[in-house]
Design a binder for this molecule. Structure first.
Ligand SMILES: CCCCCCCCCC(=O)SCCNC(=O)CCNC(=O)[C@H](O)C(C)(C)COP(=O)(O)OP(=O)(O)OC[C@H]1O[C@@H](n2cnc3c(N)ncnc32)[C@H](O)[C@@H]1OP(=O)(O)O
Length: 212
């Protein structure tokens, strides 16, 4: 069997190059004729991905679901061109994520799109539920944008479970500058529900962790 760690490393290397390409595309005033030529080159590159396409519900072989690695997650996935990617660490006071956003994630000029902050918090808050042994899905997310989030600024994201009632979990989260953690840029409160086994099996038929 192919070495899984080697494959994950290769997926991450390609992800890093794709992210860098996305950032360069968004950042560079490229001459129009070059843009047209480059589109053709990217199309030829895509044609080289000749492997089997996964079914919609099939989990990538490099992933660990529902408690771990999601290599193509748009928030944490090292294989994703779109993910910052968010690096997560468990602390005594919940989870801490670290990342910096790029121009490709911009909303207002120079600042992150609000959807990026919401997505990153949503994902981190979901991981906080999983860290308590309750992999869960968001049913409500209240996001307060207190200050704009500059792109290219190292950020700290926090997520802490504040209550568990059966399968219902409440989680709070925030985004702060890494070098000024007292200044809250974005604050969030979320409600999550851990699907019961039957629901999880029908939602995620490709997840071995939920099967008999
Ligand atoms: C599982 C691992 C996944 C990890 C991936 C990381 C994800 C990152 C975060 C996300 O992006 S999640 C994606 C966005 N969220 C969704 O798409 C969730 C859509 N909602 C659902 O599919 C269902 O609501 C859900 C599977 C979460 C729950 O359905 P269940 O059938 O398991 O719940 P059930 O009907 O048994 O209800 C359990 C309790 O939760 C409450 N509840 C369930 N769904 C609710 C809802 N949508 N709104 C309000 N309350 C809800 C329900 O009233 C009840 O409360 P009580 O115990 O007090 O009676």
């Amino acid at each position: 069997m192919e070495d899984l760690e080697l494959r994950r490393k290769a997926v991450a290397e390609l992800g890093r190059e794709l992210r860098s390409l996305m950032e360069t595309v968004a950042r560079t005033e490229t001459p129009t004729e070059d843009l047209q030529e480059l589109a053709g080159e990217v199309q030829r590159l895509e044609a080289r991905f000749t492997g089997r396409r996964r079914e919609r519900s099939e989990i990538p072989g490099v992933d660990v679901f529902p408690f771990g690695l999601r290599m193509y997650s748009p928030a944490t996935g090292h294989g994703s061109a779109f993910a910052p990617p968010l690096e997560i660490e468990e602390t005594e006071d919940g989870l801490v994520g670290r990342c910096a956003l790029g121009v490709a994630h911009e909303g207002p000029p120079g600042y992150a799109h609000g959807g990026m902050s919401a997505m990153l918090l949503d994902e981190l808050m979901g991981w906080a539920c999983a860290a308590k042994g309750l992999p869960a899905m968001t049913i409500a997310l209240d996001v307060r944008y207190q200050r704009p989030v500059p792109v290219e600024m190292p950020l700290l994201l926090r997520a802490r479970v504040t209550g568990i009632e059966g399968r219902k979990i409440t989680v709070s989260g925030s985004v702060v500058p890494e070098d000024d953690p007292q200044t809250i840029l974005v604050a969030a409160e979320g409600r999550f529900v851990a699907p019961d086994l039957d629901r999880a099996r029908s939602l995620f038929p490709g997840a071995k962790g939920y099967q008999n």
